[in-house]
Ligand binder design. Structure first.
Ligand SMILES: Nc1ncnc2c1ncn2[C@@H]1O[C@H](COP(=O)(O)OP(=O)(O)OP(=O)(O)O)[C@@H](O)[C@H]1O
Length: 260
């Protein structure tokens, strides 16, 4: 029996007269790999923005199941939501381009390692223990995702597909329970997309977290996810396994068209 991780109930987002998300309810269980698909402008990124606190909801509730009971995420800031265990990547790459690969990962980690101002200033034993723990955790992540050889290079020197991989590693460095990936394969060549498919599976196996993926590349989505939500015009059109979605007449009509 799967355990719930996050539920969002009747989410609405209005931008002036436009309803970008219309009464959408979704639930994500622990260790699930979920896809979110839909035509351009369907409301997928807006839904991610609502769930991660980037955009406030017009109405609806977002609840996170934790070891200490159910926590509502409504009204929380992105940093508080990240602290609660939700992490994400964006459609456009957002790295510190001039910093090294290692520093990009290390900075993402600082949210998780708490050090007081005085501890930093006075260089207490606790400060050195935290520094050592961050160095070890950074090295482990870089090794796991095949980035050790480029650890000292500025992020901007990496090929596009590797920059995207680094973004995912940065999101993982915050130790999330739930990872949102917004079109991770956008702009990738077939070889990079195949690498990404392996990477997403590896994250599932090694980190035991829930991954929610927005993706236009149907072969990637259908290959990787266990369950899918389909949005159209801001509303939920369908939910099901990849094979159920591929057979769903409403989805075929609205979205998959001749590709189904
Ligand atoms: N900040 C905003 N202000 C006004 N309208 C917005 C804003 N953000 C999104 N929208 C509108 O909301 C609708 C949904 O946009 P959204 O980006 O969520 O769609 P999407 O499914 O992610 O599309 P795509 O696949 O093209 O990325 C669109 O009509 C978009 O123009």
């Amino acid at each position: 029996m799967s355990s719930p991780l996050l539920t969002a109930t009747q989410l609405v987002k209005n931008f002036g007269g436009l309803t970008a998300v219309a009464n959408v309810s979704v639930h994500f269980d622990q260790n699930e790999l979920i896809g979110l698909i839909g035509p351009n402008g369907a409301g997928k990124t807006t839904l991610f923005n609502l769930l991660t606190g980037v955009t406030p909801v017009s109405s609806g509730t977002i609840s996170l199941y934790t070891d200490h009971g159910v926590q509502t995420l409504n009204g929380k800031k992105p940093a508080q939501i990240a602290q609660a265990g939700l992490s994400r990547t964006f459609q456009n790459i957002r790295l510190f381009k001039a910093l090294s690969v290692r520093d990009n990962v290390r900075i993402a980690m600082t949210n998780h390692y708490h050090e007081s101002f005085y501890s930093c200033l006075l260089r207490t034993p606790h400060f050195y223990r935290t520094e050592a723990a961050m160095t070890a955790a950074t090295q482990k992540l870089l090794a796991l995702f095949d980035l050790t050889a480029v650890a000292d290079q500025p992020a901007k020197n990496l090929p596009y597909g590797v920059q995207r991989r680094l973004e995912i590693v940065r999101a993982l460095a915050t130790k999330p329970k739930l990872l949102f990936l917004d079109e991770p394969a956008a702009g990738m060549n077939p070889e990079e997309t195949a690498d990404l498919t392996r990477l997403i599976r590896q994250i599932q196996q090694d980190f035991h977290i829930t991954v929610v993926l927005i993706e236009h590349d149907m072969s990637l989505v259908m290959n990787v996810v266990e369950r899918l939500y389909v949005l159209e015009h801001g509303a939920l059109l369908a939910e099901g396994t990849p094979s159920e979605i591929q057979k769903n007449p409403a989805v075929i009509k609205a979205y998959l068209g001749d590709d189904a």
